[in-house]
Design a protein around this ligand. Structure first.
Ligand code: HEC
Ligand code: HEC
Ligand code: HEC
Ligand code: HEC
Ligand code: HEC
Ligand code: HEC
Ligand code: HEC
Ligand code: HEC
Ligand code: HEC
Ligand code: HEC
Length: 328
């Protein structure tokens, strides 16, 4: 997480941090501002001191805006249930930033003075549940844009599925990335077709918890088709687990390399053994090799549609280091 990295950066670079924000005798305000602007063009400004923290004022600057902000302790006086639970929320780590002067509640809910002065006037506080998806997403992305830079172009964002469609800041569990409910149930609540696919007799064991939807998809968007994880080619999604078919091989089977695993396999679930796209292996192969030349080894119908499945002899169908015909 980039925010954490920024904190780490600050820790590792105490002298720089002190120079910019602390008391270094003899450094003019002008020079500090200049340095902040220069250094700030990196992670620092993007995350820690820019978008990340428009309302997370440091001690030095808090005075100016403090009239608007009341601090988490004040919120806790009326919302003690919420505040108590929030102590274990990953967002509480924000409070530890900026010399323990972070303003956690108001980072998401906006300045709270008017709300407090109004005795809890609900019209004077930002309640994400009552705002548009885009507005809420913008708030969250204010801090999470670096890690989730592709969100706005994702099929989810385009379909108006936003951060709090999947995450619950107050009711989610930290161990589960603050999700409303765990995968795959969360996904099935909207993706009924995929639920049916993973109920097929042959399936990747997602329901059994062996692998997750997000091993293959990044729900926050990628440059790839159907939110597939950002990998150089589609096979990499599969071969990160199936290392034995990764290759490279002395003799490559062209479609494995050129067209990818899904030429022959279905990723979710099917009736067919080995997650193949077709019930008969011979039919699958003969889409491209049809008809395998009669005579020779394929004589007596050996390699035809019924008698002997092609992979009985062509055992190394993903590629081989020993046989051009993938027979060993
Ligand atoms: C003086 C008591 C009091 C304080 C202090 C207070 N609140 Fe509230 N808050 C209320 C009351 C009363 C309500 C409305 C009843 C309810 O939903 O619990 C409310 C409602 C809310 C809501 C829901 C608004 C809605 O649209 O339903 C949010 C969000 C909220 N408060 C956040 C905060 C935050 C953040 C702080 C600190 C900056 C804070 N409150 C401080 C009393 C308070
Ligand atoms: C990371 C953003 C974030 C922070 C920080 C945060 N909240 Fe919230 N809060 C939300 C969201 C989002 C909702 C809307 C309901 C939901 O999705 O959980 C919400 C809803 C609420 C509500 C309305 C409760 C309800 O059930 O409708 C209250 C009250 C509230 N927050 C108080 C607080 C207090 C007090 C703090 C600090 C201890 C705080 N929040 C910190 C994001 C945040
Ligand atoms: C002020 C900055 C800020 C805002 C605004 C903010 N977050 Fe966060 N968020 C953080 C930080 C900092 C962490 C802790 C990161 C860590 O542990 O590395 C975090 C953690 C999380 C996590 C858990 C990550 C994990 O690894 O467990 C989720 C999920 C999350 N935020 C979602 C949201 C959502 C949804 C919103 C909008 C309602 C939101 N955040 C608004 C800064 C913010
Ligand atoms: C369609 C559901 C969905 C939406 C929409 C969504 N998330 Fe997530 N998010 C997830 C899931 C699932 C994970 C857990 C990924 C994992 O365990 O590999 C996650 C993980 C995270 C994490 C933890 C770090 C990470 O990448 O694993 C953060 C932070 C986060 N989401 C923030 C956000 C923010 C901010 C938004 C809105 C801009 C958002 N999410 C929108 C489902 C969603
Ligand atoms: C709140 C409903 C909702 C939830 C929850 C949800 N999705 Fe989606 N998802 C959608 C919608 C709507 C679309 C865009 C329309 C479509 O293609 O179905 C979409 C699109 C997608 C796509 C791209 C499909 C395409 O054809 O481009 C993938 C992949 C996906 N979701 C995976 C997931 C995963 C994995 C999860 C669980 C971590 C999840 N979704 C949770 C509603 C949801
Ligand atoms: C083993 C990797 C993998 C896993 C696990 C996985 N997917 Fe997929 N998913 C894919 C691939 C690859 C495609 C593209 C299919 C194609 O090109 O034929 C895809 C396509 C999709 C689509 C687009 C529509 C479709 O069916 O083609 C959605 C929606 C989707 N997946 C949702 C999910 C959900 C929800 C889960 C978890 C319940 C999940 N996926 C688990 C690899 C995976
Ligand atoms: C996160 C790891 C992971 C990823 C990613 C993954 N797989 Fe798997 N795959 C497994 C595991 C584990 C099994 C064994 C499951 C079992 O025993 O039920 C498996 C089994 C298979 C099988 C054999 C099924 C059977 O019934 O014999 C095929 C074929 C397969 N995967 C293809 C793929 C393809 C194609 C992709 C990419 C779209 C892919 N896998 C991505 C983990 C993964
Ligand atoms: C030309 C079609 C084809 C392509 C492309 C293909 N496979 Fe296969 N794969 C098969 C066949 C056929 C089987 C069944 C072999 C058997 O039953 O002996 C199989 C079996 C498997 C198995 C089950 C275990 C094993 O080795 O027998 C896994 C895992 C697998 N493939 C993964 C992948 C992955 C990952 C990719 C992409 C890198 C891929 N396959 C590309 C045809 C293909
Ligand atoms: C999507 C098309 C496609 C599918 C499906 C396919 N192949 Fe191939 N196969 C090719 C191509 C293209 C070549 C390379 C032909 C060349 O170099 O002349 C090839 C090469 C081969 C060769 C080596 C041929 C030689 O002359 O050295 C064998 C053996 C082979 N495939 C067997 C199979 C088997 C068995 C299956 C089914 C499991 C299968 N193929 C499925 C396209 C496919
Ligand atoms: C009884 C074992 C056996 C079966 C079954 C078999 N093959 Fe073969 N195949 C071979 C042998 C042996 C070779 C020749 C290897 C050599 O020349 O070095 C071969 C060669 C090939 C070649 C390359 C030369 C050519 O004839 O085009 C292709 C393509 C091929 N087989 C595809 C298939 C397909 C597709 C199937 C299933 C429909 C299949 N084979 C079934 C043993 C078999």
């Amino acid at each position: 997480m980039k925010v954490a990295k920024a904190v780490l950066f600050m820790r590792k670079n105490r002298p720089v941090a002190r120079m910019l924000f602390g008391a270094v005798p003899g450094m003019s305000l002008g020079l500090r501002v200049f340095l902040i602007l220069v250094l700030g063009s990196g992670v620092l400004s993007a995350v820690a001191f820019g978008a990340a923290a428009p309302k997370t004022k440091t001690a030095d600057t808090q005075a100016a805006a403090s009239s608007e902000f009341v601090g988490s302790d004040t919120c806790a006086t009326c919302h003690d249930e919420v505040a108590k639970k929030f102590a274990t929320n990953p967002h509480t780590k924000m409070a530890e930033m900026h010399g323990a002067k972070g303003v956690t509640c108001e980072n998401c809910h906006g300045a709270g003075k008017a709300h407090v002065d109004g005795g809890g006037d609900t019209s004077k506080i930002f309640n994400p549940a009552k705002h548009s998806t885009k507005e809420v997403d913008a708030k969250c992305l204010g801090c999470h844009a670096v890690a989730h830079a592709n969100f706005e172009r994702s099929p989810h964002a385009k379909a108006n599925v936003g951060c709090i469609s999947c995450h619950s800041v107050h009711a989610g569990k930290e161990s589960d990335k603050l999700l409303k409910t765990s995968q795959p149930g969360l996904c099935y609540s909207c993706h009924a077709d995929q639920k049916a696919q993973f109920n097929m007799p042959i399936h990747h064991r997602v329901n059994e918890g062996l692998i997750k939807c997000t091993d293959c998809h990044d729900t926050h968007g990628t440059f790839n088709l159907v939110n597939l994880r950002n990998t150089p080619d589609q096979n990499a999604i599969c071969t990160k687990c199936h290392t034995d078919v990764r290759g490279p091989f002395t003799f490559e089977h062209a479609p494995v390399r050129a067209e990818g695993c899904t030429t022959c396999h279905t990723p979710h679930g099917t009736q067919n053994p080995r997650l193949l796209n077709m019930p008969s292996i011979a039919t699958l192969c003969n889409q491209c090799h049809s008809p395998v030349s009669a005579g020779g080894v394929h004589g007596l119908d050996a390699g035809s549609t019924t008698v002997t499945p092609c992979v009985t002899c062509h055992t190394k169908v993903h590629g081989s280091n020993a046989s051009q015909a993938f027979i060993r």
